[in-house]
Design a protein around this ligand. Sequence first.
Ligand code: GLY
Length: 581
Amino acid sequence: MVRLTILATAIGLASFNVYADSQVADSVAPEATNEVVSKKAVEAEEFIVTAAHPLAVEAGYDVLKSGGSAADALVVVQTVLGLVEPQSSGLGGGGFLVYWDAKEKKLTSFDGRETAPLAARPELFQDENGKPLKFFDAVVGGRSVGTPGTVKLLETMHQKYGDKPWSELMQPGIVLANKGFEVSPRMAASIANDQERLARYPDTKEYFFTQDGEPLPEGHLLVNKAYAQTLEALAKGGSEPFYSGQIAKDIVAKVTSVEDNPGVLAMEDFATYKILERDVVCSAYHQYDVCGMGPPSSGALTVGQILGISSHFDLAKLGADNPTSWQIIGDASRLAFADRGRYMADTDFVPMPEGLLDSEYLKQRASLIEEGKALTEVSAGEPPWSIKMAMADDESIELPSTTHIVIVDGEGNIISMTSTIENGFGSRVMSNGFLLNNELTDFSFAAHKDGYPIANRVEPGKRPRSSMAPTIVMKEGEPYMAVGSPGGSRIIGYVTKTLIAHIDWGMPIQQAIEMPNMLNRFGAYDIEAGTDAEKFKAPLEEMGFKVNVRDLNSGLHGVVFSDGKMIGGADSRREGIVLGD
Ligand code: GLY
């Protein structure tokens, strides 16, 4: 069955919905769904890979088939994705990665998030009167570009866990960039949807438009010699050319010379950039431990809070078809997002309560929820913490873009990585054949409110708070499931829905991914348009929710480990596939 959905029209910030106790809600979808095509789960016994574009998955499959490790396959999948899905992730961006080391039987995570330049100040996204800039005035140009982390993350993973020669792993991307690839329907739709911003800078315009000035159509053979040259340089010099050589110089020159909106990125930012290995953040849910990325991502903490609060209700018994289940999940999510907005940020820079996942605290938060009636008021709680500090609620804006990769190799090592350049097409500034991120707009534009500091304010060297939630679920000390999604701050709802659908409602992975998206972040309930879930609109409104029926453009990819098999699923809302043996 093919279900066509309507392309969202790019609109200005003025038409965002704003709720009393919320951040600005994201209603622009620069990476709108263009087509929904039903997919089937894929079973494998040895290795498996799933990502958002068939060419990237095929390249990763070839590496795994020839005995490569998950880290080897990651290098290939990401370098190809950066070429064929350039609107979502790439060398100019960053990401978070959760890793299961099968030999050490250890779960760990890697932070490849972009950093704010050392010259950045809390007023970065404010005008001369201290007023926050309009969202796209901040995004488009050099100002929003943080120090990219993806290349260093790939190199770190390869140095720690790779088997094949690094230079060999650059070859699939080089070959494809030189010979060209066909612009996919999704990429063509994304370009058409963002024409005005993509036409603002000559290099970007030249790449994404035909010689006649038309946005590249589906099927157009796109060659990217500059990208091939970049990968050649990485093949020869590792990350060095990117962080202290010519590529870094080119990026700095580009960012600082954007005439209408320059940035402050400098060589020093590249020279001091580091990948940080961090402990995973885990929360108990039924007989599972749901583990993911801690700060600067809010992903694992917020998913963990929603699950922890919801676990005080019998979702399994209530069932997926019951509006009360969704009321509970929605209100749990609102409570979690209130804490996220107040407390979650880069903890290398700001203190955060230690007790955000404390079971007594979550029980107390759950006691606020009344079955059958939406909460009338939601605010951040008072989780236990040792250094108590008054803070104001966040004012950052996150839009749906990004991509998720899951890879399992023949040794059982697992990668669950969410990768991004932030907004669809990032800052729209291109250098060396790839787009540069606009990750810094994940910071709060305001630095303080009512005299209190905002945790996620801009600071030099700080990493902007993320919603990315690359997840590995453990059962009795062994991996049970790996999952994640793109989607800005909706990532949290997409991942949580998939976990509850599988764990509480017994849906196989593909069905759990396909289940219509329903989520609530700041008060209004989002329901996926054109799906069976529209039937929940009236009952949720009766319970007191404001409901938006809209495109909910997840890109979930997941693998479940069961009875010695791996079952992989890919989201029908995007172009991804699963391959394995
Ligand atoms: N820029 C998307 C995220 O970090 O959540």
